[in-house]
Design a protein around this ligand. Structure first.
Ligand code: CTP
Ligand code: MG
Length: 423
């Protein structure tokens, strides 16, 4: 099957990837969930998410995590993919079911992937997704087997089994993940299996097998050596030799006390706000950068129109990746209607900290003819810094008479923010 090299927006939108990462990693023996085990300074789950991000074939990503495991949950939450997080169950099958339950309605295709196959190359995801787009209802990545495989049986009263047959090696394939499925069919298959006896359920060792039992045809695409399942310490050592170049240039940093050797990646954000100056027939107070300018006609808007404070809020939300002004102070939050800019900024800073970040700084550039800002810049920095609990600096400029800022019809504020994870 020749795979298309690109996906349409709709194809991406209707595709989901579930990463099961709720196992305990007993055989690896680190005493922490396997998905949290570091490989080249990054957890297995984060590697798996990196590869999924590079594949770019699914709009929905769901990470199934061990219940109550905060470190892994916070690493998932801070990954740029922002996967939806759900708690897994006692067996891998239970975890897959928990992931399927979180699928958005209308999902056409779903890829089920083991976080333990952390280095599965993006191309494998793309081939699986492409086969589904081309009409497969079930598709798995496979590799030829190198060992000769024997079928065995154990006679009663004997310890070691004897050989009952030798399947032709060219007919055998070793199976990897992601396994791709027509989502409604896999859901139905899992719902059916949910009521099975334990022994029946344990005999099902992968999702494709459930589809086979329904009489569905399962197609294959080529797997990859790098998609090896990390189960034991030697697997981890082998994976170390296969680490791909990281897509994000990281700045490794160590906290001052020398702890936390994990790389600390600061995040930047941007926010822009524009407000018109209210019509002269409707006198309004001018609030900007948390200050009242008594000589100026105010800005229009439902709020106090403090474009500087609002841009600062959006830059903070953007840096933390937690939405924007509309997400947090939208019309469904009437308690913020008309709230002063400093109140919004304080709340934005609180939300960013609640998401696990500390604020490095916020910088805002204001463009407008009025108010005259220079004399009150120090005061503005102090008021906004107090609200954010972090350094906020405001600079101002005119636009040389050009545009709405130049005529005095409106103002623009541009803000950037830098935050860093403290988890
Ligand atoms: N998995 C899961 N929920 C479980 C068990 C396993 O989500 N209850 C996931 C694992 O996190 C892993 C994949 O299924 O990504 C394959 O499982 P396995 O390699 O066996 O991982 P562990 O169960 O963590 O390891 P072990 O069996 O050694 O404890
Ligand atoms: Mg296991």
């Amino acid at each position: 099957m020749s795979a298309p090299t690109s996906f349409s927006a709709q194809e991406i939108h209707q595709t989901a990837i579930i990463v099961v990462a709720a196992g305990s990693g007993t055989r690896l023996g680190y005493g922490i969930p396997k998905a949290l085990v570091p490989l080249g300074g990054r957890s297995l789950l984060e590697h798996a998410l990196d590869q999924i991000q590079l594949a770019g074939c699914a709009a929905q990503v769901i990470a199934v995590l061990p219940a109550g495991e905060e470190e892994l949950a916070s690493r998932a939450a801070n990954h740029p993919l922002r996967p939806r997080r759900v708690s897994g169950g006692a067996t891998r099958n239970d975890s897959v079911r928990a992931g399927l339950a979180a699928l958005e309605p209308g999902t056409e295709r779903v890829l089920i992937h083991d976080a333990a196959r952390a280095l599965t190359p993006p191309e494998v995801f793309r081939q699986v997704a492409a086969a589904l787009v081309a009409g497969s209802r079930a598709v798995i990545p496979v590799l030829p087997v190198v060992d000769t495989i024997k079928q065995v049986a154990t006679d009663p009263g004997r310890e070691q089994p004897h050989v009952t047959g030798t399947p032709a090696r060219e007919m055998l394939r070793a199976v990897q993940t992601p396994q791709g499925f027509h989502a409604p069919t896999l859901l139905a298959a899992h719902q059916r299996a949910a009521g099975w006896e334990r022994s029946e359920a344990e005999a099902v060792t992968d999702d494709a097998m459930l589809m086979e039992m329904l009489g569905e045809r399962v197609d294959t695409v080529p797997g990859a050596a790098a998609a090896l399942k990390i189960t034991t310490k030697p697997d981890l050592a082998l994976a170390e030799t296969m680490l791909p170049p990281h897509p994000v240039k990281e700045t490794p940093m160590t906290r001052p006390n020398g702890e936390n050797p994990a790389p600390l990646i600061p995040r930047t954000g941007i926010g822009i706000d524009v407000h018109a100056v209210a019509d002269a027939s409707e006198p309004r107070p001018m609030w900007l950068a948390g200050l009242h300018f008594p000589e100026d006609q105010g800005l229009s808007g439902h709020s106090d129109g403090d474009a500087v404070a609002h841009a600062a809020c959006d830059a903070l939300f953007s840096a933390a990746g937690i939405g924007d002004l509309g997400t947090h102070f939208g019309t469904d939050r009437p308690e913020y209607a008309g709230a002063p800019g400093t109140t919004l900024l304080a709340e934005a800073a609180r939300l960013v900290r609640a998401a696990g970040f500390e604020i490095g700084n916020v910088a805002v550039q204001f463009v407008g003819r009025r108010p005259k800002f220079a004399a009150r810049r120090v005061e503005a920095d102090a008021v906004l810094s107090k609200a954010a609990g972090a350094p906020v600096s405001v600079t101002a400029t005119t636009s040389d008479g050009l545009g709405y800022e130049g005529t005095g019809a409106g103002v623009t504020a541009y803000a950037t923010a830098l935050v860093y994870s403290v988890r």
